[in-house]
Structures are given as structure tokens and as C-alpha cells.
Design a protein around this ligand. Structure first.
Ligand code: SF4
Length: 353
């Protein structure tokens, strides 16, 4: 179902706009400089929206300070205490994320809704498999797909009856199949924009795989308006993975598309660190460039020729390709530097266009 559109600061969500990538800071919100620096790093790699935990009144104050120092839209993540949500909106939050089930009294929820409507701030109803209300768990026989959907729809109706218009829904499970089925089910029953994610997905490796499978299936089916990849680790990696999922599905072209071979017995350079360094050093670029790092002459020249810029390695050396042509031969120790230089120069030209 085509979703409605809401705006989080200057970033639209839903209604057919491009899928935005979110992450969440893992610094202490009361540490203004550490949180601001992490937000800058997230912004630099292409994050569209940043969520910040606001667990106390001290952190609301610093949230407001941080908001003044960054330009990216900020979401205040609130649990239990409705006064924190009210204060976060006063402090400039661009969106509020709540789980209505743990806010408690209906009067408290109504106060949040009224303020959000008055300030034109969207609310995300974040339902997690670990915190579905007891009545629904009993009725559905546990934290099933139907329970997740029932909980999200119940809260959405409740908030809409209170006057909320700009809502976003998330129904996160730590189980990939349940996540996929929950979003599939709700997308047939609601036109509210959907925030995709697998909750508690795990470490960098496990979380990347689980999120890529779940989000990949959903996005390929046209479900999902914004996403967060949850990883136990540096949130910058969440953005890298989120963008890569979107790039793989051709839903976003921003940034480097790195083609690199797995290496094999034919490789005659130390390829793994070369590919990793190139990827890391080009991660700040926004230009949609394909960069190839290939290990030998079997598939190397073909892939490097197809890329915007690339290398096909040989014996302790590589041929550098640009736009399909061999430009020069370079020594192994110069591969990273020269490939990065060429890609950055191309990116600069693209920026100027
Ligand atoms: Fe092996 Fe060459 Fe293929 Fe890389 S490109 S995996 S080095 S055959």
C-alpha cells in the first residue's frame, strides 16, 4: 500500500520518496561533544536522520544543546516518562519515538500527541517483540507476527483518535522471518510510513546478515520508507550497511560501489588490506562511483574496465583503469594511494556538475 508522507526536519519519509537511512548514537547523551562528534561522523558517511536516547531530564537539556550544534534531523527516543517527550519537543526534536505501551496513562499520551500535532512533529510508534503488552500476548499466544501487528495498529488507532496525523510505525523482532512477515502484514492494513529494522540483530557480522536478509526482502517488495540497521558496534557501520542494502537494490546511488574479488591462488599482491583501505578511505564520498579492486588478469581487466576507476593486479603491481581505458601501471605499494586519488578527483568533478 502506498504510504502517507511525513517530514522529519527536512527529510521526507513515505509517499514514494527515497528510503532514508537512520542510526542511533551510542554515546552518553549528556556528553555533548562526544555525541556531537558521533553525529558528525554519521552525517559524513551519509546518514539522513539520527536518533538519540533521552532517558532523563539532564539528557533533554543536552539534547537541546546538541540540536543547536548539528543540522541533521534528530529523533528523541523516549520511554516511560511522557514529560521527557514534551521537553524534547521544546528542545527542538524533529521526531519523537515512543512505545505507547510504556508511557502509561492515556492523559500522558494525549499530552504528547497534542504537543506533537501543535509543533508538526511526527511520532514513531516503535513496537518491539520484547515489549508487547500482556493483553495482546495472551490473546495472540505470545510475541507472534499477529501480536506485533495488533499492537502497532492498536497504538496507531489510539493516537489517531487523540488527533495524531503524522505517524510512523515500526514492528521489530529479533527474528528475521517474523520481522519480514510482520511488515508484510501491516503494509496491507495501514498506509502509515514504515520504519524497517531487525531489533537486537547482533554484532557487525551477524547483524549485517540478518538486517540485509530481512530489509532486502521487504525493500525488494516495495515495503519500507526508512530504515535502521541495528548493530552491536560503531553506529557508523549501521549507516554503511544500510546504504549498501539500498545500493544493492538500486534504491540509492549515493557513494562508492566497491567491486573487489575474493582473491585466490592467482593473487600476487596483498589484496585484502588494499581493498579494505580503499573502501575505508573512500567511504566519505557521495559521488555514485564504481571502484574495482581485482586480484589478477582473469576477471580483473573486465571488471576494472567496467568500473569508473579500478585496478587489475598482477605480480606486485597493478594496471590502473579509468573509464574503460588503461591509464598506467602502478607498483603494489602505490595502489591504494593512486586509486584513492583518482576516485577523489572523479568525485570532485561529479560534485561540480
Ligand atoms: Fe582469483 Fe583473479 Fe578471480 Fe581474484 S580476479 S578471485 S585473483 S581469479
Amino acid at each position: 500500500m502506498k504510504t502517507r508522507r511525513v517530514r522529519v526536519g527536512n527529510v521526507p519519509i513515505g509517499g514514494g520518496t527515497s528510503v532514508s537511512v537512520q542510526s542511533m548514537t551510542n554515546t552518553n547523551t549528556t556528553d555533548i561533544s562526544a555525541t556531537r562528534e558521533q553525529i558528525r561522523r554519521l552525517e559524513n558517511v551519509g546518514c539522513d536522520i539520527v536518533r538519540i536516547a533521552v532517558p532523563s531530564h539532564d539528557s533533554v537539556k543536552t539534547f537541546g544543546e546538541i540540536k543547536k550544534q548539528v543540522s541533521i534531523p534528530l529523533v528523541a527516543d523516549i520511554h516511560f516518562d511522557y514529560t521527557l517527550a514534551l521537553a524534547a519537543m521544546d528542545a527542538g526534536a524533529d521526531k519523537i519515538r515512543i512505545n505507547p505501551g510504556n508511557i502509561g496513562k492515556s492523559a500522558h499520551l494525549r499530552a504528547i500527541v497534542e504537543k506533537a500535532v501543535g509543533c508538526k512533529i511526527p511520532i514513531r510508534i516503535g513496537v518491539n517483540s520484547g515489549s508487547i503488552e500482556k493483553s495482546i500476548l495472551l490473546a495472540e499466544g505470545g510475541p507472534t507476527v499477529s501480536a506485533l501487528v495488533a499492537s502497532a495498529l492498536k497504538h496507531a488507532t489510539l493516537l489517531q483518535d487523540m488527533g495524531a496525523t503524522d505517524l510512523v510505525l515500526s514492528l521489530k523482532s529479533s527474528d528475521v522471518i517474523n520481522t519480514v512477515n510482520a511488515y508484510r502484514k501491516i503494509s496491507k492494513q495501514s498506509d502509515l510510513p514504515l520504519h524497517l529494522g531487525v531489533t537486537e540483530a547482533g554484532t557487525r557480522r551477524t547483524g549485517t546478515i540478518k538486517s540485509s536478509v530481512a530489509l532486502g526482502i521487504l525493500l525488494a517488495e516495495g515495503i519500507g520508507d526508512t530504515l535502521r540497521v541495528s548493530l552491536t558496534g560503531d553506529p557508523v557501520e549501521e549507516v554503511n550497511v544500510g546504504l549498501q542494502i539500498l545500493r544493492s537494490l538500486r534504491l540509492r546511488s549515493r557513494g562508492i560501489n566497491l567491486i573487489s574479488c575474493p582473491t585466490c591462488g592467482r593473487t600476487q599482491v596483498d589484496m585484502v588490506p588494499i581493498a579494505e583501505q580503499v573502501e575505508q578511505r573512500l567511504s566519505h564520498l557521495t559521488a555514485p562511483l564504481t571502484v574495482a579492486v581485482m586480484g589478477c588478469e582473469v576477471n580483473g581487466p573486465g571488471e576494472a574496465r567496467e568500473a569508473d576507476v579500478g585496478v587489475a593486479c598482477g605480480r606486485q603491481s597493478a594496471l590502473l583503469f579509468k573509464k574503460g581505458e588503461v591509464v598506467r601501471k602502478i607498483k603494489e605499494q602505490d595502489i591504494v594511494e593512486q586509486l584513492v586519488e583518482e576516485a577523489e578527483a572523479m568525485a570532485e568533478l561529479w560534485e561540480r556538475q
